[in-house]
Design a protein around this ligand. Structure first.
Ligand code: SAH
Ligand code: SF4
Ligand code: F3S
Length: 443
């Protein structure tokens, strides 16, 4: 196989995978390769995979099959991400056309692996090396008005259904200075909004430049002081790491957007215990009360699993009840998927697929209704929107409100502008806005 000159990275899964995909692309560009528009013509295709549910994990094998071209050739194929970590050498056994398997903590070694594959070898690296990938990656490049920045990786929580502690390893926090430098590089490259990422981003901890130990709130306050940065977000947070400081930051840091993704998974304390979530329904609600006390308009988002082993109809109803108590602006809900090697996969009382389907439908109907109600309640508000991309209609632009709603606006404004908008109409998945002033707010 010849040395690849063009590449295509396709990312699945969570935002951290999207971040990793962007960093891999930057790395390959720094090696002199060029991004191809899609996988059809690229010399190298990187499938950056997700292992969280069975469907996501199995998808990689059909995707590999589809990379074979009409003339019988195929690109060099690299499987990266969490399936790579979890299945490693098993991947080339199931899909012999795979040349490279690289785990989420080892992808800074991709250039050497590509060299080995070009010489006819197969390269597998799922190390979780002590030196982290971050130091070995090139500087950030221009990528539009919004950017992701991974500050924390891995998870020590070991929820009984979840593969992440195995695929991403133990919790690590990136150092303060590395994060601040990356944020500055992103701002220089045009980013006006930065979303801080971590599997448990609010478990981030580090020493600031004076040696003082800080939590995520301290980091957010430092980034808030960077000139040019208009908006800060973070995701995903765990209820047990919602510190007093972080809650307070929602009340007084102006650039911290009024949006909190705080998964609860279930409203039943019995199920939460079996999930090893180490919070109760009541303690979760108490956190939201405190957040809403300092920031009444905050949009709350969550994740839910229906059909965890042993979940009864009454326990499922408790999930509907907690949803009713919270009023979510947005949410993700999933059918439980047994994952190899996790404790829940071996538990008694695996729930029937039809029962799971039916529960998911009821839950999603309620969540959709709440999302619609949230959008409707913002009609009439004047707010800021950061324009991210062109819409389908001529002159239409799409951006995000502070509450992470997609906002459609028409008028004289450019992508990357932070504009003032009156929200005038609401749909289930977006709202329509009227441009008040295209004034570029000084951030
Ligand atoms: N660290 C985050 C979530 C990471 S995974 C947290 O703890 O909240 C994202 C979501 O996928 C989880 O919140 C959960 O709702 C869902 N999920 C994880 N494992 C799953 C499984 N085995 N089956 C179904 N959904 C799952
Ligand atoms: Fe998975 Fe739980 Fe860790 Fe979230 S906190 S990544 S659900 S083990
Ligand atoms: Fe999937 Fe790995 Fe993210 S399993 S959800 S890509 S951490």
């Amino acid at each position: 196989m010849k040395d690849p000159r063009t590449f295509h990275v396709k990312s699945f899964g969570c935002q951290m995978n999207v971040y990793d995909g962007a960093r891999m692309a930057e790395l390959l560009e720094a090696e002199g390769m060029t991004a191809a528009g899609d996988g059809a013509s690229a010399d190298l295709v990187v499938l950056n995979t997700c292992h969280i549910r069975e469907k996501a994990a199995e998808k990689v094998y059909s995707d590999i099959g589809r990379l074979r071209r009409d003339d019988g050739t195929r690109p060099m194929i690299a499987v990266a991400g969490c399936v790579a970590q979890a299945e490693a050498a098993e991947i080339p056994r199931r899909a012999p056309s795979v040349d490279i398997v690289v785990g989420p903590q080892a992808y800074h070694r991709l250039p050497a692996m590509i060299g080995a594959a070009a010489r006819g070898g197969r390269a597998i690296d799922t190390d979780m090396p002590a030196e982290t990938k971050f130091g070995a990656l090139p500087a950030r490049r221009r990528q539009g008005p919004t950017a992701f920045l991974t500050v924390q990786e891995g998870c020590d929580k070991f929820c009984t259904y979840c593969v992440v502690p195995y695929t991403r390893g133990a919790e690590i926090s990136r150092p303060w200075a590395a994060i601040v430098d990356e944020a500055k590089a992103l701002i220089d490259a045009g980013a006006k909004e930065i979303t801080l990422l971590g599997q448990n981003v609010n478990a981030w901890e580090g020493e600031d430049e004076t040696g003082r130990v800080q939590g995520l709130d301290g980091l957010i306050r430092a980034l808030d002081r960077l000139p040019g940065l208009a908006r800060i977000r973070y995701t995903t947070s765990h209820p047990n790491d919602m510190t007093d400081g972080l809650i307070a930051a929602h009340g007084d840091v102006e650039t911290l957007m009024p949006y909190l993704h705080l998964p609860v998974q279930s409203g039943s304390d019995r199920v939460l215990k079996a999930m090893n979530r180490s919070h109760s329904a009541a303690s979760y609600l108490a956190i939201l009360d405190r957040v809403r006390a300092v920031r009444p308009d905050i949009a709350i988002s969550g994740d839910f699993i229906v059909g965890f082993p042993g979940e009864t109809e009454v326990e499922f109803t408790a999930t509907l009840e907690i949803v009713s108590a919270v009023n979510y602006a947005h949410a993700y809900s999933f059918k439980y998927s047994p994952r190899p090697g996790t404790p829940a996969a071996g538990m008694d009382g695996q729930v029937d697929a039809a029962v799971m389907d039916e529960r998911l439908q009821r839950l999603q109907a309620l969540l959709t209704e709440q999302q619609m109600a949230f959008n409707r309640a913002t009609v009439g508000r004047r707010t800021t929107v950061l324009l991210e991309r062109n819409g389908k209609k001529p002159g239409q632009k799409i951006g995000k409100s502070p509450w992470l709603q997609s906002v459609h606006v028409e008028g004289d404004a450019a992508i990357g502008d932070l504009v003032t908008v009156d929200i005038a109409s609401a749909g289930p998945n977006s709202v329509g806005g009227i441009l008040v002033s295209p004034e570029r707010k000084a951030a």
